[in-house]
Write a protein that binds this ligand. Sequence first.
Ligand SMILES: [Zn+2]
Length: 71
Amino acid sequence: MTSFWGHQDNPFPPDEPRRPRCPVCGEECEAIYLIGTEIIGCDMCYNPGDFPGEDVQEDNPWEDSRCLEDY
Ligand SMILES: [Zn+2]
């Protein structure tokens, strides 16, 4: 039996500045790269050579909720 269910709020104060993180490598990032809506990496981990011929788009991690979730 477990008493853990649902989502627990972050215990840390909310006034701590949050930085977007790459959901691929977990590093704080300043740019993310997507194919369609799929995040494939950030300025830290994205290697253009890994996605030859793909239509890779650069995006702002501050505008993508997937980069702002707490880990
Ligand atoms: Zn990354």
